[in-house]
Design a binder for this molecule. Sequence first.
Ligand SMILES: [Zn+2]
Length: 376
Amino acid sequence: MSLAESPESGTGQNTGPNNPESAVASPAGNAGDAAVTGPTAAGFRPPANRLHDTVLPVRPALVDRGTAARMTPGMLDDLLRSGGVQAMLLSRRQALVSGDGLVFVDAAGLAARLRGTAYAPEQVIYLGAALPAAGVPAGTQFVLFILPEQFEVHAEPFEQHVEGIPAGAQWAGFREVAAELDPTDTALFIEASAIANWHASHTHCPRCGAATAPEAGGWVRRCPADNSEHYPRTDPAIIVTVVGPDGRLLLGGGGPLDSRNYSTLAGFVEPGESLEQAVIREIGEEVGVRVTASQYLGSQSWPFPASLMLGFTATTADTEARPDGVEVTRARWFSRAELQDAVLSGEIVISSRLSIARALIEHWYGGVIQDRPESA
Ligand SMILES: [Zn+2]
């Protein structure tokens, strides 16, 4: 991340996507080690099943969202008046980025420059304060400006609203820049996307249809007609490595039959359903495989537009998979050696290191799966 007015700008570089400790880049980085070396904490004895001897590492929060503080009426206005608040900019699901980080601008100054222009924020949302592990001065306050329009960074003639914005800045979607972002920028981009997508799709009261208005720093919307409060929503989805009786992994894919893309199976949890029930139902529907046991391994927020991916590994006694031909057109079992060979040869492509799918696959694999070299 690059912080305006921050002497520690760029200090998060050493926790980039290739570092096993980075936020979502390679959550399974330690899984292989744990699988080989066994107990990592004194007195802890893992179950005999090697699938169960570790879970994906928990990612600590890097931003204190101030859930109590943001309930104070007028909190955002007071905060902006106090100065020193960093604003990230989002418009049409893209954030302003520069180099390998988000662009942060002094919020009060930028708000003043944008006032009366086509770029005046349609919404300001409180994102939180940096925690000690964030790689920026602890307590740094972050807000999100959602702009109705994307201004040109290189506006000619020079426009006042771009003052203080790096010349190399550009608008970019999360997928385009995720591999470059440090963990704090990643966390802020994810949080900003999640709350912005909720606002964009929940503009009216589901009870009476009246237009609702944001409050509580942008974390509640209230209906002026019936006074009902509405809170941000997240859609749970399960994502699963299915392991057969011989230890092989079942991967599948949608789309054209000759596609090389294979990944874990996934689906949304239905209302009134437990996660474990969703695992059994989705795997049964998608590939006709009966799951006999499942274990939760970890989660990843994926707010594009509103998902929370809940990672499981599941076992089955079945050895045959029958894709439904709709969501899943291809399914295939892999031994560890077969999977690594197929990836290296380019025969198949598996999910990127940014995804929990990759973390789940590597958890099963017991270590890092080597990608096919770019030049090959
Ligand atoms: Zn209403």
